[in-house]
Write a protein that binds this ligand. Sequence first.
Ligand code: FES
Length: 234
Amino acid sequence: MGIMTIDGQAIEFTDEPNVLSVIRKAGIDIPTLCYHSELSIYGACRLCTVEDDRGKTFASCSEKPRDGMIIYTNTPRLMRYRKLILELLLAAHCRDCTTCIKSGECHLQELAHRMGVHEIRFENVREIQPIDTSSHAIIRDPNKCILCGDCVRMCDNVQNINAIDFAYRGTDAQVIPAFNKKIAETDCVGCGQCRVVCPTGAISIHTNIDEVWEALADKNTKVIAQIAPAVRVA
Ligand code: FES
């Protein structure tokens, strides 16, 4: 238990797991792409970065609250950083937003609109990857993956299935199905929970999702949210 000062307001905290939770408790809006309270903390996107009274910046999702902390959440410097992060993510992202299945519910798109990122100054140097439609449940479009790792943590740590994981390093880093197979050739059970947490159109749902739910009835699969097949593909 303790008290932090956030943007000049004294906020009490008790068992909040991180500074981000205390910021949200204070009613302050802060963008995130890789933080989900159901998943382990990964600190990949850095959008939740805040600064302290000495000007030190850190990801608020990955920092424990401490008594006496003084932080600022929306300074001009932080806004500049967040816009640049979004611009870099969008630069390495397929640009078919208007025809994307997730258009209108894509968290990356929503943040770009909200933060006024309308132009991308950088070239997309990522090689175009094939879309994996092999699964009866999900479609993977690696060209829309922002490497937030939400799907990996959901599949591996929550569902204990390990159908997908990170591979390669640096600019070659990717999320791929186990052993670089097609998703249908892995242990994927089609629970669709990766789709629930994916912030972009990198994972979407096939049309036959109702059959998938019936098939899952006997499997020991944790469901955080049932997928609404609002947007279906043929
Ligand atoms: Fe904190 Fe992504 S939400 S680093």
